[in-house]
Design a protein around this ligand. Structure first.
Ligand SMILES: C[S@@+](CC[C@H](N)C(=O)[O-])C[C@H]1O[C@@H](n2cnc3c(N)ncnc32)[C@H](O)[C@@H]1O
Length: 212
């Protein structure tokens, strides 16, 4: 069994086309992602994250693997005044681009941006968050579960992208570090006593865990 779409591409396109016109900066980021083949969460998941910020009334968000800022931009737009998204990204070029997009979209006051390893940054902060969003290299996912648990407030949300990994998790002969990382991560997460977790099969699969 090889790779496949979790959501039928026709359904994905149908939903994307129904979405109201997004702001210019989001559109620009989507076009850049398309040109570069860069994996962003896209508008369907972006809107879902936006709703999660609203229902949870989150004010403090930690993002692991910010790329050039697309998912953080959705978070920042959903946050009220005084809210913050702490972004982390390994690539200096992505950080540079993200800063530009945040400035253009007028959300820079809600952003704290670190260039470096998300796990190290999280370990080094003595702060609690309402939401932790995880989108780093997949082989490191298992290392994130307990760390996220420790840095979330009670009732906080731990969200991870790509947990269905284009179906590769089902392919027994796929033992790449990324695929193994996702399998192990999902197993740990679903049996974690401190989280109640659902896997939502939109786009490439999102895990949504509440700290109990
Ligand atoms: C899938 S992309 C992120 C896309 C972004 N979340 C979005 O949807 O707009 C993953 C990003 O995480 C970065 N990354 C991978 N491992 C990381 C780590 N350990 N710490 C920080 N950034 C990391 C990569 O450089 C890449 O830009």
């Amino acid at each position: 069994m090889g790779e496949f779409y979790i959501v039928n591409p026709l359904i994905e396109r149908y939903l994307n086309d129904l979405f109201p016109v997004r702001d210019k900066v989001l559109k620009e980021m989507e076009e850049l992602a398309e040109r570069r083949g860069f994996p962003i969460i896209g508008p369907v998941v972006g809107r879902f994250l936006y709703q999660l910020v609203m229902v949870s009334r989150a004010r403090r968000i930690f993002e692991m693997g910010s790329g050039f800022g697309y998912s953080a931009y959705w978070f920042a737009k959903a946050l009220g005044d005084g809210g913050v998204v702490v972004c982390t990204e390994l690539s200096e070029e992505n950080v540079y681009l993200a800063r530009e997009f945040f400035r253009k979209g007028g959300v820079e006051k809600k952003i704290r941006l670190y260039t470096g390893d998300a796990i190290e940054v999280l370990d080094g902060l003595n702060e609690e968050f309402d939401i932790i969003f995880n989108d780093i290299d997949k082989e490191y996912y298992p290392l994130v579960v307990d760390r996220a648990y420790n840095k979330l407030k009670h009732g906080g949300l731990f969200i991870s992208d790509n947990v269905l990994w284009s179906g590769r998790i089902l392919n027994e002969s796929d033992s790449s570090p990324a695929t193994r990382g996702i399998r192990e991560f999902t197993k740990i997460l679903l049996s974690h006593k401190g989280f109640i977790t659902s896997v939502v099969p939109i786009r490439d699969g999102i895990s949504l865990s509440i700290k109990v």
